[in-house]
Write a protein that binds this ligand. Sequence first.
Ligand code: DGJ
Length: 741
Amino acid sequence: MGITYLEQKKIFKLDTPNTTYLMEIVDAEGFLGHIYYGRRLEDAEGAEELLRTLEGPFTPETNSRDRSSFMDCFPWEYSSHGVGDFRESSVRVKDENGCSAVMLTYLSHEIYEGKRPLEGLPATFGKQDQVQTLEITCEDKCLGLRAVLSYSVFEDTDAIARSVRFENAGRQVLSLEKAMSCCLDMDNRNFDAITLHGSWARERRIERKPIGHGRFSVSTLRGETSHQEHCFLALAAPGANQDQGEVYGFHLVYSGNFLIQAEVNQFDSVRVVAGINPEDFCWRLGGGESFQTPEVILTYSAQGIGGMTNSLHKLYRNHLIRSPYLHKKRPILINNWEATYFDFDEKKLLDIAKESAALGIEMLVMDDGWFGNRYDDNRALGDWKVNEKKLKGGLGRLVEQVNALGMKFGIWFEPEMISEESALYRQHPDWALAVPGRKPTLSRNQYVLDISRREVRDCIMEQVFAVLHSANIEYVKWDMNRPLTDLGSAALPADRQGELYHRYVLGMYEMQERLVKEFPDLLLENCSGGGGRFDPGMLYYSPQIWCSDDTDAVERLAIQESTAMLYPLSAMGAHVSVCPNHTVGRNTPFETRGYVALAGTFGYELDITKLDEEDRAMVPRQTAMYHRFHDLVREGEYYRLSSWQENGSFDCFQVNGPDGKECLVFYTQVLNEPAKKSRIVRLKGLDAGARYRIRVVSMEGGDLIKDTGREASGEVLMYGGFRLERLWGDFRSRIFCLERI
Ligand code: DGJ
């Protein structure tokens, strides 16, 4: 790890274990150019040639006549606007005359050990001996604007965290109309874009396609990360696969409107910009004020997609998730949503709890419907008082009884929302987002609270805290069930309404920060109508996020594959539910549902009192399986071996325990096919010189892990392969447990 400034050449060199990033200050004007990002270079001699400043049109210093063509082809570290670079800008500023032009040049820099927090925003962190930061201050003298470009490199993973802080050092009021977190100019290598698209209950499907000239982007304007697009883009060399080829990853640590765009220009160079979506964004920056962009994570891997996955998993585990549960066993929970929806009372919950406790489940989570007069989803959001008609003796009594069964208790909230039919709305109709004179658009029959306002946040958090202090509540599910529309705040002046989307996100972060500070031992799970706000920003507050409302095991294979491409398995909320599945009506074996949920946080979401004998008998084995493997799954290294999204028939991935003694191979045959041989997959990350005993997890009687009598060397398993027999029927699954002998 390290950041060096090569004074003579005016080059900044940023090294992670396997990558190098180079920038150079050129020309008397202090243009900051991007030279290189890729495989690690021990010796960067000659790299400056890559800037092409020796070719026409040269730098303005040597050829001022063609300044504009220089502007339009130089690989800028942070692109300007309105002065000759016609590619995508990184920043757009309107001055008091109403004119837009900005050009940032080098002023000074600072290199320091550690990393400073970003005000009001989630961000990666590390100790002084784990991370080093470079801050380059650039300025636009005409505007009196400074931009501090920040780069942090980590000693244990190939990731660079970038962000920008704008400071208005002048007197005039500036309107920041665009403030991206990063810009990266490179030569195009005919990249493929890898993105994640989706919908409610069908989150994050992997899509790959070549990018050509022009602009390609992913974005959202829904006010949250969204089910539809993900705040991630990878540029992969054609042919790059799980194990080989170059892959650049861009992942935003942000939970609101975003834009990540790749543009290929006339000279076949590619520019990526990533940050807050500039549409509907305008931040008023008075003299002396500053604005902090969210952080974007850059990764480079010469070992394909798997290399990127590995870097991100390490980064998020070691430098983003703060929860005390990060390295701790998460209690096996049972959630009553799919069991009862809104139709429950104290007795029903206790019946579920009793049966669950007897079968090895450790926590009851009471979902939506416990407060106000919430008998359906048309009312009561904002009225966070227990409905004592449903819970007769109040929350305290219910929790005591659940605790007496040896179970923990968790509860659901949706703090950012308000129902028209609620006491809160009757009292404060102006607390909902609305454009004056226009009736706001309902979604799930609810409005969005204007949590950019301090008094709104205070009122909600006071209610939430009162509930959480009233009983022994050890888990919270924080839900958010609609996108933002009707962006108007009754509290903001006209020239600040463009700040509302971002202020909303900052408000939500502040509420979550208050929650985790007030209850440091709480297990928080974020959620948004399933996985609509699954992003690195939310992981800063909660170690796990509900992946999707689709709990069907087969759909989950796809959702969890793409989610695990970026996030550690320990972050993915996954439950066993009933069949026919409530979203797709599919029937899958109970055993398969358990194996699929084990690759996440593992829990249940069903009416356990109605399970048939056979399934019920399997629950204690499934919970025993979780107890046996939770450490390995949470702390282990994940490898994708085969994808049923690609091969159309089976899914396979591997998790290697941190001590190398054991690894798990998860195998699901989605569809059986006639007259085919067994499948062979090549395992990864094993000890080539060791031998492995091949065992299988069993849901039938006897030992949980059964010996198959097979043994194989690490070399054979990795270079030859591991044979997976075909299983009889569809949706069948096996977990192999390989033990190093
Ligand atoms: C959406 C969540 O994803 C579900 O799990 C459930 O909590 C419902 N909201 C409750 O309204």
